[in-house]
Design a protein around this ligand. Structure first.
Ligand code: HEC
Ligand code: HEC
Ligand code: HEC
Ligand code: HEC
Ligand code: HEC
Length: 443
């Protein structure tokens, strides 16, 4: 039992421990995106609706770092529990300004605490526009340096960098920097060197760009040109010019139009030698990098449904490679019960980069498959679609016993995370249709 005195002492102690945190939580209002937004109204609106503008509040990031589920309970699945409580580099790209500030003092940042206590403004206007240059360097052994304090080169405080030489602002300095028009700028965060290049977008883009498979920069696709001309800022009593400019919308895999234009899907079913042969071609025609492009848990699934006239699925008799892997979902591991999105073992193909971990003692000394970059020890398969490199697949089915029409449907679906991971974390699986094609055969 604790006495009143002990309790009093504990209260005092906890107050004393909390003090530095309160002091830390006082954020600089001059770095608040809302402050920039008081003049740059349209830009603020676009950014705040983008995923990068909402990153600080993204529960998936928080839960995957701290190893907690949506109810806030520890589930052991995530960076901190699996890396024995280390802080790691996770904060680098999610709360970059805090990392740079702490790194200068030799300290590391706990992303979970930073997000919960809002110790930073996230991927903010102030951070991006304080960057004067970006240094993307490789070692002699071909490994990139990707820590944010190695890549981001900040300019003098109070001066913001941008693409123009003729921008004049009343409250801050303005300086032109070439890097704002270049993909190298985005590489600060869309490139991550762990054992493998776990986020490889910039490197994939560079290869595609240098081999002529794409002729656009990240900005040209993800910060689309706005129609007409617009003011960059509205300030009382100041006549600011109208300009041709790009949107800060950072549209990506959460934008239906972007998903639709990324791939093409060609479906060719035919009856041959008493079997149904379905051939597909999928090509990445719209993205300047692999699809799916970054985080190692993202996946695109090509699902093939072949049915008879009554809607009954035809029996699959083709090569095993034509069946979806368990990462497409295999039902509840305890009850074996499957839900309609568990597609493992069904005809189709998964496009993803799949890593496995080292053997994990807690899991019967077996490796985990489909892990994030921090656990990645080997590549299981890499079928992510490179720009302008068509992928052909073939699926064979038995014809319906009673004859009749055959319906074949092929669809491409984007999933933010592997289904089994989503299930175990208790996430509602985000799944978005990219394209679909159907055909009816009358043999
Ligand atoms: C992820 C980094 C990033 C963030 C966050 C960001 N910007 Fe930008 N911003 C850019 C890039 C890159 C460009 C250059 C786009 C181009 O023209 O190619 C740019 C351009 C601009 C321009 C100049 C537009 C023009 O046409 O010359 C202004 C003004 C600006 N940003 C303000 C803001 C404000 C205000 C915010 C926050 C609400 C913000 N930015 C958030 C990266 C960022
Ligand atoms: C080099 C920069 C960088 C580092 C370091 C980094 N991330 Fe990320 N993170 C990103 C980017 C970029 C995305 C967006 C990827 C996409 O949309 O495909 C992302 C996305 C995520 C997502 C997916 C969010 C969602 O809504 O689906 C999670 C979870 C996440 N990061 C957690 C982590 C954890 C945990 C760590 C540390 C092990 C980490 N990140 C380290 C850049 C980084
Ligand atoms: C009091 C109004 C005001 C505030 C607040 C303000 N700006 Fe500006 N800013 C301007 C004006 C005006 C311009 C020049 C616009 C032009 O020339 O078309 C400008 C220009 C810029 C440019 C140069 C764009 C280019 O094309 O190169 C950047 C970058 C920028 N601001 C970023 C910021 C950021 C980041 C913040 C917040 C930390 C901020 N601004 C706060 C008024 C403001
Ligand atoms: C400071 C780090 C940082 C920089 C710099 C950065 N990003 Fe990001 N970006 C992220 C993170 C982290 C996410 C994931 C946010 C989340 O899901 O919570 C993200 C998400 C995105 C998304 C959304 C993807 C989707 O699935 O919808 C796009 C598109 C994107 N970034 C493009 C860019 C482009 C283009 C640039 C360069 C102009 C850039 N980013 C610069 C860190 C960064
Ligand atoms: C030719 C246009 C184009 C270029 C260039 C391009 N992208 Fe994309 N990007 C897309 C399309 C289309 C998608 C949607 C398909 C997808 O999610 O893969 C996408 C998706 C993304 C996503 C969402 C996650 C994912 O699946 O990849 C991020 C993040 C992203 N791009 C960042 C970048 C960065 C960073 C660069 C530059 C290094 C870049 N993109 C260059 C077109 C482009």
């Amino acid at each position: 039992m604790t006495t009143h005195i002990q309790r009093g002492f504990l209260l005092f102690l906890s107050f004393w421990l909390i003090q530095p945190l309160i002091a830390q939580a006082a954020l600089d209002p001059a770095k608040d995106p809302k402050y920039c937004g008081s003049c740059h109204k349209r830009i603020y609106k676009e950014w705040s609706q983008s995923l990068m503008g909402q990153d600080l509040n993204n529960p998936i990031v928080y839960q995957f770092y701290t190893g907690t589920n949506p109810q806030g309970k520890k589930d052991g699945l995530g960076f901190q529990p699996m890396m024995h409580g280390k802080k790691g580099d996770c904060a680098d790209c999610h709360v970059p300004e805090l990392v740079l500030e702490k790194h200068a003092k030799g300290e590391e940042v706990d992303l979970g605490i930073a997000m919960k206590q809002k110790l930073d403004y996230g991927i903010s206007c102030h951070f991006c526009h304080s960057v004067a240059d970006v240094d993307i360097r490789k070692d002699s052994d071909g490994r990139y340096h990707t820590r944010i304090f190695e890549t981001a080169k900040l300019g003098p405080p109070g001066t913001f960098h941008g693409p123009r030489a003729d921008a004049r602002a009343p409250v801050h300095g303005s300086k032109q920097s070439e890097v704002f028009k270049q993909s190298r700028f985005c590489a600060m965060c869309h490139l991550n060197q762990e054992k493998f290049l776990s986020i490889s977008q910039y490197d994939d883009w560079k290869q595609a760009y240098e081999s002529g498979k794409t002729d656009k920069t990240c900005q040209e696709c993800h910060m689309p040109l706005l129609p007409g001309k617009h003011k960059l800022a509205t300030v009382e009593g100041l006549d600011t010019p109208e300009r041709v400019t790009r949107a800060h919308s950072f549209v990506g895999a959460h934008d239906p139009a972007m998903l639709r234009k990324a791939l093409t899907l060609d479906l060719k079913p035919r009856v041959q030698d008493g079997k149904l042969v379905v051939e597909t071609t999928v090509e990445n025609v719209g993205a300047g990098h692999k699809v799916p492009g970054s985080g190692p848990i993202r996946n695109v699934i090509l699902k093939i449904d072949a049915t008879d006239a009554s809607g009954k699925p035809l029996h699959y008799i083709g090569d095993k490679r034509g069946l979806l892997p368990p990462l497409a979902g295999f039902g509840n591991p305890k009850t074996g019960q499957r839900d309609p999105n568990d597609w493992g073992g069904m005809p189709g193909k998964m496009y993803a980069k799949v890593y496995r971990s080292k053997p994990i003692p807690k899991m019967g000394n077996k490796p985990m498959v489909g892990v994030g970059g921090f656990l990645a020890d080997a590549v299981v398969f890499d079928t992510a679609l490179k720009p302008k490199e068509p992928d052909h697949a073939r699926f064979v089915f038995a014809l319906p016993e009673n004859g009749g029409e055959i319906h074949v449907k092929a669809r491409l679906v984007y999933r933010d995370a592997f289904k089994p991971l989503s299930d175990r974390k208790g996430w509602k699986l985000a799944q978005r249709e990219m394209l679909s094609k159907s055909q009816t055969l009358k043999p």
